[in-house]
Design a protein around this ligand. Structure first.
Ligand SMILES: [Zn+2]
Length: 335
């Protein structure tokens, strides 16, 4: 009798282990799928398409020659060569963010030099075999305009040296915020995220909505399909004299798990991704610095999946999603 009982227990244990193994495999497959999907989304830079006639009207003759005809300014003549103020370097043609001031350095070549682009998807690379040289040309991924070249003699760990024309860029200085400011965050189901951000002293108002996707005025049902590219997000209006953007970043990172890719706990899909939508050069620099600091801190076992991307049109969600927990007298879903 005891022998039969032992056999039954053994059978149950083996069955349970088989199920667990199959589940693990499924999780591993799921994780791989998520990564591929995220990489595809990260590369989906919004394209700016204009005719050469339109570019000619918008740009100065010097900008047009360099940006649209792959020209080069004379060394040591560019306005941005000796600039080291904190801020963002944007495409001189379409305005897309390209480089961050903390990656700029003096290479001594006479052109602005950077160790890396602001995001991998911001730049496009092409082989350039003109003038009897073999070089790699870099272009703005959003509008295809010529920026300069990238070489392998840079000072950083990746050894890259992005050698960029001043005339190909415009500089946005990081300035001290005055008056009410906006900040936009995505960290999973927006009900709980709104509740927690609204409780930070200095936050004047909050609203939930959809942003970062490619469809206009999406509904909740559309965003739930994970086909719109939009994230469930919270737009915060805050008083920078009462609460710093860094404090909002702290709250944002502490209210969710920023290492999860395209999900937050039981909510799965890119609409639940972790993202910071920055409204200014100062916000971008603060957000990127915090991501870097947290990655280096050892606080998380996996690298952060949080995207730091420019703020886009914010579509407010349906009224019944606004202040969802406050209306129901709940304290949140414990995300
Ligand atoms: Zn551009």
């Amino acid at each position: 009798m005891q022998r039969t009982f032992s056999l039954i227990v053994l059978f149950l244990v083996v069955t349970l282990l088989s199920f667990a193994a199959a589940w693990q495999v499924q999780i591993a497959w799921g994780a791989e799928g998520d990564t591929t999907k995220k990489e595809a989304k990260m590369d989906s830079t919004k394209k700016v398409v204009k005719s050469e006639e339109e570019w000619k009207k918008e740009l100065t003759p010097e900008q047009y020659r360099i940006l649209r005809q792959a020209g080069t300014e004379r060394a040591f003549t560019g306005a941005l060569n000796d600039l080291y103020d904190p801020g963002l370097y944007r495409c001189g043609a379409c305005g897309a963010p390209l480089f961050r001031s903390d990656t700029k350095y003096d290479h001594g070549s006479g052109w602005p030099s950077f160790t890396e682009p602001i995001t991998a998807g911001a730049i496009e690379y092409r082989d350039d075999n003109t003038y009897g040289m073999s070089r790699v040309e870099v272009r703005c991924a959003a509008c295809g305009s010529h920026l300069g070249h990238v070489f392998d003699d840079g000072p950083g760990p990746n050894g890259k040296h992005y050698c960029i024309n001043s005339a190909s860029m415009k500089f946005e200085k990081a300035t001290q915020a005055t008056g009410p400011q906006k900040a936009t965050f995505a960290a999973g189901c927006f009900w709980g995220v709104e509740l927690k951000l609204s409780q930070v002293p200095g936050v004047l108002s909050t609203r939930v909505g959809y942003t970062g996707g490619h469809t206009k005025s999406p509904t909740y049902e559309e965003v739930c399909t994970d086909e719109t590219g939009h994230a469930e997000a919270v737009e915060v209006t805050y008083d920078p004299t009462k609460v710093s953007y860094e404090k909002l970043l702290d709250t944002f990172f502490n209210l969710h798990d920023p290492t999860q890719i395209d999900r937050q706990g039981p909510d799965i899909g890119a609409q639940y991704r972790s993202a910071i939508f920055y409204h200014s050069a100062a916000q971008e620099l603060a957000a990127s610095a915090t991501v870097k600091k947290l990655n280096a801190s050892g606080k998380y076992r996996r690298p952060l999946a949080t995207q730091v991307v420019p703020a886009d049109t914010f579509y407010p969600a349906e009224e019944y999603h606004q202040k969802y927990y406050q209306k129901r007298g709940k304290q949140g879903c414990g995300i």
